[in-house]
Design a protein around this ligand. Structure first.
Ligand code: PMP
Length: 309
C-alpha cells in the first residue's frame, strides 16, 4: 500500500515522514484514540476530486472524541477545510482514502481518559478495493461477539474497539471467507468487521437499528435514503435474527472503505439464487453515481477539493 505524501500533524501540514509519535504515546498503548475513514472520488469529466459527506464524517469523529473526553477545539467545517488544504497540497487526481485520527497524546503510563491532552492528525492515501470480491462475497457468522455499548461503545469509532473487529476479520479470512457478520451478546446480527449490514426480505430493505451495537454508518444512512427516495423501497430498522440471514433474498454490506459489497453466500449456503440480487445491483449503480457527483439531487453530499477553473 502506498504511503501518504503529507500529514496534517500538530497544527500544520508536514511531509508524512516527519509526522512521528513516541512509543509511550497513550493512544498507542491503551487504544485511547478515535478515527474516521472518509473517501474522496476523482471525477475525470469534471476534473475534480469530491470528498463524500465530510461534514457527517467529522460530526461523528467529534462525537467519538467526546466519548473519550476529548475536546479538539474544531468543528466539522474547520476539519473539512483542513482536509481540503491537505488534499490540495497532496494534489491527488485519483480515488483516495482519508484517515483522521485523534489520540491521547501524553507519553505517560496510567489508564484513564482524564487529565491527558489530545492531538489529531489527518493523512490521505490512494486506496484500492477493500474487499476484493465485492460482487459475490462469501461471509461467515463470527464466533466472536460485538463489543457492547457498556463495554466499548460501538457508535464511537474508538481505536481500541477495533481489536474486536480484527478478531472477527482475521478468523473469517483465515477460514477462507471474505468477511464475517458479528452477533450481539443477545444473538442478533450487528454488522460486519468494518461495515454495516442490510438484508432484503420480500422486497423490504432491513438493517439493524443503532441500538444493536453498530457504528452509525454514513454509507448506511446514504443507502437508506437512496433506497427510499430513488427505489421507493420500504426501509426498516429492526433487529435481525441469525436465521433470517439464511433465508433472506439479498444481503449486502456498506462502508466507506468497502462501499457496497454484494454477499451471495453465508456459511456455504446460497443467499437467494446465489448471485447478486437486483436491489443490491441497483443500489450499487446509484451509489457510484452519488459518490462521483453524478446523481442529480444528491450533490450536497459531494465537497469539491479544487477551485473550479
Ligand atoms: N461498522 C464499522 C465497525 C466500521 O468500522 C465502519 C467503517 N467506518 C462501518 C460500520 C461503516 O461506516 P461508514 O459507512 O460510516 O464508513
Amino acid at each position: 500500500m502506498a504511503l501518504p505524501i503529507n500529514a496534517y500533524f500538530k497544527g500544520k501540514i508536514v511531509p508524512y515522514s516527519e509526522a512521528k509519535i513516541g512509543i509511550l504515546t497513550h493512544g498507542l498503548n491503551y487504544g485511547t484514540a478515535v478515527f474516521a475513514g472518509i473517501r474522496a472520488y476523482w471525477n475525470a469529466d469534471h476534473q475534480q476530486l469530491y470528498i463524500f459527506r465530510p461534514y457527517d464524517h467529522y460530526q461523528r469523529f467529534l462525537n467519538s472524541a467526546r466519548l473519550l473526553h476529548m475536546d479538539l477545539g474544531e468543528t466539522p467545517q474547520s476539519l473539512t477545510q483542513i482536509t481540503i488544504d491537505l488534499l490540495r497540497k497532496d494534489d491527488y487526481h485519483q480515488d483516495i482514502y482519508i484517515r483522521p485520527l485523534a489520540y491521547k497524546a501524553d507519553e505517560a503510563i496510567g489508564v484513564r481518559l482524564h487529565d491527558l491532552h489530545d492531538e489529531f492528525a489527518i493523512v490521505a492515501l490512494p486506496f484500492e478495493r477493500y474487499i476484493k470480491n465485492d460482487t459475490s462475497a462469501h461471509v461467515t457468522i463470527s464466533s466472536w461477539r460485538r463489543v457492547d455499548d457498556n463495554m466499548i461503545p460501538a457508535r464511537g469509532k474508538i481505536s481500541g474497539a477495533y481489536v474486536n473487529s480484527a478478531f472477527v476479520k482475521t478468523d473469517a479470512v483465515l477460514a477462507g471467507y471474505d468477511e464475517a457478520l458479528v452477533l450481539t451478546q443477545e444473538g442478533h446480527v450487528s454488522e460486519g468487521s468494518a461495515m454495516n449490514v442490510f438484508i432484503v426480505r420480500d422486497g423490504v430493505l432491513i438493517t439493524p437499528p443503532v441500538t444493536e451495537n453498530i457504528l452509525e454508518g454514513i454509507i448506511r444512512r446514504s443507502v437508506m435514503e437512496l433506497a427510499q427516495s430513488e427505489l421507493n423501497l420500504t426501509v426498516l430498522e429492526r433487529p435481525i435474527d441469525r436465521t433470517e440471514v439464511y433465508l433472506c433474498d439479498e444481503l449486502f454490506l456498506t462502508g466507506s472503505a468497502a462501499q457496497i459489497v454484494a454477499v451471495t453466500h453465508i456459511d456455504h449456503r446460497p443467499i437467494g439464487n446465489g448471485v447478486m440480487g437486483e436491489i443490491t445491483a441497483r443500489l450499487r449503480v446509484l451509489f457510484d453515481d452519488a459518490i462521483r457527483a453524478r446523481l442529480p439531487g444528491y450533490t450536497k453530499w459531494n465537497t469539491a477539493v479544487y477551485e473550479k477553473v
